[in-house]
Write a protein that binds this ligand. Sequence first.
Ligand SMILES: *Cc1c(COP(=O)(O)O)cnc(C)c1O
Length: 236
Amino acid sequence: MDEGIQNRLRLVRERIEATALACGRDPKTVKLVAVSKTVSVDPIRAAIKAGVTVLGENYVQEAREKIEALNEEKISWHLVGHLQSNKAKYAVKLFDLIHSVDSLKLAKELNRRANALGKVQDILIQVNISDEETKSGVETEQAIKLVREISLLENIAICGLMTMPPYFNAPDKVRPYFRALGSLQGLIRDKAIPNVRMDELSMGMTGDFEAAVEEGATLVRIGTAIFGERACKKGG
Ligand SMILES: *Cc1c(COP(=O)(O)O)cnc(C)c1O
């Protein structure tokens, strides 16, 4: 188990590095977020031992239990899954970066909770770049307005954008969405909105992270390629 994770992690890192170099990027500008949703603490410990420093979780309660059980101070925990306002209080306690902010209501609640903790909460704006009705994320057209509104909240720092494109495991189908997120990042950056940084682009998962790196991802969120299939049969 340990060795499996170590090997898979090495392969993922090699692929990120090779892709970055091939398109003229410094591999250090691509950070790996190991997505550990549904993964128990032993494999997570193995990943940490193998050098993982950023872990991504989808559910606040699940993350909270693991963070307590692991008690690893040097790990940076990111929330990559959808967040409901009623969990904002815990989210600001647990996570260094929240990738999934897509409404002013949620941002205001995070701001209130962060203020109470004396923290400035780093967030990304999740954009529904394909404008599918079912996906979370702010619609592309509304994104700049939302960034402007959230930029006024004192205990929130916008660091960039995140997206979850449709189609899994089809890099060439998702590439246009990755590119569109990069364009939106440029557009927002050009507006030079006070209190807004546009440094991070969180995009790319197991099936498509190489395309994402080619399109400018700075945070790739990878679960399966590191921890194996989630809904797996025993021994598989
Ligand atoms: C599960 C998940 C990932 C990782 O997906 P894999 O295909 O297992 O790499 C990345 N981002 C989000 C938001 C997820 O929910």
